[in-house]
Design a protein around this ligand. Structure first.
Ligand SMILES: NC(=O)c1ccc[n+]([C@@H]2O[C@H](COP(=O)([O-])OP(=O)(O)OC[C@H]3O[C@@H](n4cnc5c(N)ncnc54)[C@H](OP(=O)(O)O)[C@@H]3O)[C@@H](O)[C@H]2O)c1
Length: 298
């Protein structure tokens, strides 16, 4: 595997991800030569995670860097790349990396046209910009996308990832939209689901619902990651139609917004449980009818 030389790194900009990846690259022996930070939050993060690194405008940070780390909001990436290419900030021999999960390398075309090597390195982790994020980086994977069939570019991305302590996983350019949809569906919707669950328990008068949920949800997550659909328990997997009906009734009364999510996920659970051989045809049909009809119509 190619080991990148010691590089001058420019961080654009010192947000949650940029400051942490910049610190990880510095820890790996590269030199963060400059960063962008305008808001108070970014200036403070740079002081904490990139101490002594001068803050400068994006085109200056980019011009002097061997490795440009673009860690910007997804929608700001394309305009920033176009703007900097127009200002002649990219050059041949540079490595230009972005950290967005939603984009592949096509968004870096203007930098590639200037001769730079484009890479998407997406850390599959949630970062807040705190120093413990550096430890989290060491236990996570990074989705690496390079131009299709550019083996040397993939190697550079993988080597940079491993230097930061993370594990590289190749994501082809064409797979990027589905990759990001899957991760957002899992991580973001899991958060929504758990927050809804905490709220329902609180409304039911349960004290400290987080303590009650922690072990249950941790075990469910662990089990599904180890055993897939076979980890499923609960009324749908058992074919307990009466219990599902009670759930629909109480949610209809107390939390109609959550009821629609419950119904959609229960449909999906029926499909997965049937496919895994956990749920018989008759039970699946009975629960599906109940979910389709809804109790409020009875
Ligand atoms: N946070 C995560 O958990 C996470 C994980 C993996 C990947 N990512 C990806 O990493 C990228 C950065 O995310 P983040 O969480 O680090 O974002 P962030 O904390 O909001 O930081 C964004 C940085 O970009 C700057 N910025 C904001 N709007 C800008 C604009 N219109 N033009 C130029 N600069 C702008 C901000 O500078 P000022 O503060 O100075 O305005 C800030 O330093 C995103 O693509 C995100 O999808 C995030």
């Amino acid at each position: 595997m190619t080991r990148p030389a010691r590089l001058a790194v420019g961080v654009v900009s010192a947000g949650r991800v940029g400051s942490v990846l910049g610190a990880a690259l510095a820890r790996a022996g590269h030199t963060v030569t400059a960063a962008v930070g305008v808001s108070d939050a970014s200036v403070k993060r740079a002081e904490r995670l990139l101490p002594g690194v001068p803050l400068r405008p994006p085109d200056e940070v980019t011009r002097d860097a061997d490795l440009v780390l673009l860690a910007l909001p997804d929608d700001a990436l394309a305009p920033m790349v176009h703007g900097m290419a127009g200002a002649g900030a990219f050059r041949a021999g540079q490595i230009v990396v972005h950290t967005s999960g939603a984009h592949g390398v096509a968004v870096l075309d203007p930098a590639a046209e200037a001769g730079a090597l484009p890479l998407a390195l997406h850390p599959v982790m949630t970062f807040t910009g705190a120093s413990e994020d550096l430890q989290r980086l060491a236990s996570c994977s990074v989705g690496v996308t390079a131009s299709t069939d550019d083996e040397a570019a993939f190697n550079v991305g993988e080597a940079l990832t491993m230097e930061m302590g993370a594990e590289p996983v190749r994501i082809p350019e064409a797979a990027r939209p589905l990759y990001h949809a899957a991760l957002a569906h899992g991580a973001n919707h899991l958060t929504t689901l758990v927050a809804d669950c905490v709220e329902l328990l609180s409304e039911g008068g349960v004290a400290e619902p987080e303590r009650l949920l922690g072990p249950l949800l941790s075990a469910a997550l662990d089990n599904v990651l180890r055993h897939g659909d076979r980890a499923l328990t609960g009324p749908v997997a058992r074919g307990d139609t009466g219990t599902v009906g009670t759930h629909l009734d109480v949610l209809g009364d107390r939390a109609p917004d959550v009821r629609s999510t419950y119904t959609a996920l229960a449909h999906r659970t029926v499909a997965r449980a049937s496919r895994a051989g956990l749920l018989g045809v008759a039970d699946a049909a009975e629960i599906t009818n109940l979910l389709d009809d809804g109790r409020e119509t009875q």
